[in-house]
Design a protein around this ligand. Structure first.
Ligand SMILES: Nc1ncnc2c1ncn2[C@@H]1O[C@H](COP(=O)(O)OP(=O)(O)OP(=O)(O)O)[C@@H](O)[C@H]1O
Ligand SMILES: [Mg+2]
Length: 506
């Protein structure tokens, strides 16, 4: 079979108490884009970590062939030398270093044994231009948004000789325009003969990009088909093992007329003197689902992090919660005022990876777990158990460390944690990023349920269908300002995109 770039045969991988992969077979033809689909926890990332040497030979059973030759990787380095590059679901950049340093980390361009910084910065610029990313190579990575960091990761993989490029949910953090950049890039690479393995929960992308699709379910390979034989519906059915007809369980509700949040003339100047939020005013009603749309960098995340007390800088304007003027200076103040904020960047703000599910889940609601000044462990375990059951969390047990859960299941722990605080206002920043279709549906149902109970809900999302499908009202932002507002009935993709790019709707 000379035309396979990769064959993985009878791969079995066990973690203590979990068989993550059970006799999986996976074959990828040379030069194709091959999508790997499956629900959260199905085993996609684990399979790719085996291929890339993260789990070295000897820690799994089975065989790997590259171009028909048996290979055995003892380390990531060895897989890289064989032309395999992986871009992880979790970002792996060194945040304290510059873009250029990250791009050439571990294979710095050497000139007579010293690092040639001029060359590194020039080369970095070339690669940034190549992928169409407008970022200064001297920028410290921490200062970039998650989306931009993701694109840097892709550029980084390309700086090496790569025959098999693995992308584990590369677009989860990207906005539509960045997704377009990536799609163009991958189509270019396909023309150059690079083989690409593409993991994504966004089935629209899979249909547009892939040549073939392999589906795994509960650690077993279900099928491999060429794209002509598939549709989004067929992929979903194979993934979840049943048909899923409805994607957005929106319910028409009677929304109270009482404002739970009232923000007036709110501006934020950040610590380096840049105005990041400019004179924003909006209200949120009890039981209302308010969508916030906009391109990456539009200021939506900054606005809500600032309202949540998490952004340094000078703020002006007024914020009323439940009719009371507030002065929220820290996330602790925010929680006291009934706000909950589910971050878009769960690794940075959401979770303690080395702690177990119970502790992570009850972290923000510890005051509710107290019995005469000590934490009531039984109550803690029960609360964590109830909420994670509701979220359909897949984990061996509640003592499992959060760092060992699949990406989508980690996101469910973050959501569970904030739901336990019984917030008056729930701010969800990219709540379903990386979450499979079945679980998304569960989360939407929970959002509806909370809205029905009178919680005011903000959904910040880069996925237009999600904003359109779930919101009662939609606000669009561009460059730190509100550029449009639509009721559910009047909103369309076109109108939102026009406002998001700074245009006016006449
Ligand atoms: N380091 C680990 N220790 C223990 N169990 C693990 C570890 N990594 C993954 N698992 C388990 O293996 C299974 C497969 O996880 P994996 O991360 O491969 O899923 P996935 O298909 O990538 O899901 P997602 O779409 O949520 O990213 C899950 O049950 C997960 O909890
Ligand atoms: Mg994964």
């Amino acid at each position: 079979m000379g035309n396979y770039a990769l064959q993985m045969k009878a791969i079995t991988k066990e973690f203590p108490g979990v068989r993550a992969l059970d006799n999986v077979t996976f074959s990828v033809r040379k030069g194709e884009i091959h999508a790997l689909c499956g629900e959260n926890g199905a085993g996609k990332s684990t399979l790719m970590k085996i291929l890339s040497g993260v789990y070295p030979q000897g820690t799994y059973d089975g065989e790997i062939l590259i171009n028909g030759e048996n290979v055995q990787f003892k380390s990531i380095k060895e897989s890289q030398n064989a032309g395999v590059a992986i871009i992880y679901q979790e970002l792996a950049l060194v945040e304290e270093m510059t873009v250029a340093e990250n791009l050439f980390l571990s294979h710095e361009l050497m000139r007579a044994k010293i690092i040639d910084w001029n060359k590194i910065y020039a080369e970095a610029q070339k690669w940034l231009d190549h992928i169409g990313l407008d970022v200064d190579p001297q920028t410290i990575v921490r200062e970039l948004t998650v989306g931009k960091q993701q694109l840097i990761e892709i550029a980084k993989a390309l700086t090496r000789k790569t025959d098999i490029l693995i992308l584990d949910e590369p677009t989860a953090a990207l906005t539509e325009s960045d997704v377009d950049i990536l799609m163009t890039l991958l189509n270019d690479l396909r023309k150059k003969g690079v083989t690409c393995i593409y993991i994504s929960h966004k089935l629209g992308e899979v249909m547009a990009l892939a040549d073939s699709v392999t589906i795994i379910r509960d650690g077993q390979s279900v099928s491999t088909d060429s794209i002509e034989e598939l549709s989004e519906e067929k992929i979903i059915t194979k993934m979840v093992g049943r048909e899923l007809t409805e994607l957005f369980p929106y319910e028409v509700r009677v929304i109270s007329r009482e404002n739970i949040v009232d923000v007036k003339d709110y501006s934020v100047t950040n610590s380096v003197g840049k105005k990041v939020i400019n004179n924003v005013s909006f209200t949120l009603k009890k039981g209302e689902i308010l969508g916030f749309s906009g391109l990456m960098g539009a200021g939506r995340t900054e606005l809500f992090i600032s309202l949540f007390g998490g952004l340094k800088g000078n703020r002006t304007g007024t914020v009323l919660i439940d009719g009371q003027e507030t002065n929220i200076k820290s996330p602790t103040d925010a929680i006291k005022n009934g706000l909950a904020y589910v971050s878009e960047d769960r690794k940075r703000y959401g979770l303690v990876l080395g702690m177990d599910i119970t502790k992570n889940t009850t972290l923000a609601a510890l005051n509710k777990m107290m019995k005469i000044k000590v934490i009531d462990n039984a109550l803690e375990v029960k609360s964590a158990g109830d909420i994670t059951y509701k979220m359909n969390l897949k984990a061996p047990n509640l003592e499992a460390l959060v760092g060992q859960l699949s990406g989508g299941n980690q996101q469910k722990v973050v959501l569970s944690k904030w739901l336990l605080t019984n917030p008056k206002v729930l701010i969800l920043d990219e709540p379903t990023r990386g979450i499979d279709v079945g679980a998304k549906y569960e989360i939407y149902k929970i959002i509806n349920e909370l809205a029905n109970q009178g919680v005011g809900i903000v959904i910040i999302s880069s996925e237009l269908p999600e904003v359109l499908g779930m919101s009662d009202r939609i606000i669009v932002m561009a460059e730190g300002e509100i550029t449009g507002e639509f009721l559910r009935e009047e909103a369309t993709q076109e109108k939102i995109m026009t406002c998001a790019t700074g245009g006016k709707i006449s």
